[in-house]
Design a binder for this molecule. Structure first.
Ligand code: THU
Length: 162
């Protein structure tokens, strides 16, 4: 038996004021994305904003369905939207935030494993790490560079590409 360890690196900022201007603006774009959330079943709105190379920002929000598993997370809505519109776009960074009237969100909401797997694929496609910002409205921001720092044991199998 051999004990092995991963080291996961990320930064924590007390609030938007501690971030650089571009990151702070992207977090506010994620807040803007909350407006289009369709979440009548959970009441939990999630907003995502992608910063593309060249300056464009793409928004996405969670879209729920009465058949619950048919809904989609904000992160994947944003990623698949740009993936289908401009497959050559390069995502430099993405910001994610959440809001609900049902309770107080006290810390940044980090994304689900399914979204992380999709983020990893986009990163691998573009051969450039994606910076991820998790923003708790009026509070802490977590900044992570590279999806491997979020999902070290992601599913990878290069031989599946024919
Ligand atoms: N949700 C996201 O949009 N992103 C995540 O990473 C996790 C969860 C959404 C799905 C659903 O509409 C609501 O949050 C509650 O799970």
């Amino acid at each position: 038996m051999e004990e092995r360890n991963f080291t996961i690196s990320y930064q924590s900022f007390k609030g938007l004021e501690e971030l650089n201007e571009k990151d702070s603006a992207l977090c506010l774009k994620a807040v803007e994305a909350l407006k289009t959330s369709y979440s009548p079943y959970s009441g939990f709105k999630v907003g995502a904003a992608l910063q593309l190379k060249g300056g464009r920002v793409v928004l996405g929000s969670n879209q729920e369905n009465v058949a619950y598993p048919s809904g989609l997370c904000a992160e994947r809505v944003a990623l698949f939207s740009i993936g289908s519109e401009d497959p050559n776009a390069v995502i430099e960074s993405m910001a994610i935030t959440a809001k609900t009237d049902n309770f107080v969100i006290e810390k940044p909401v980090t994304c689900c494993g399914g979204c992380l797997q999709v983020m990893a694929e986009f990163e691998q496609r573009q051969k450039q790490e994606i910076v991820v910002l998790f923003y708790c409205i009026n509070g802490e921001v977590l900044k992570v560079k590279g999806i491997k720092n979020l999902i070290p044991f992601l599913f990878e199998e290069s031989r599946l590409v024919v």
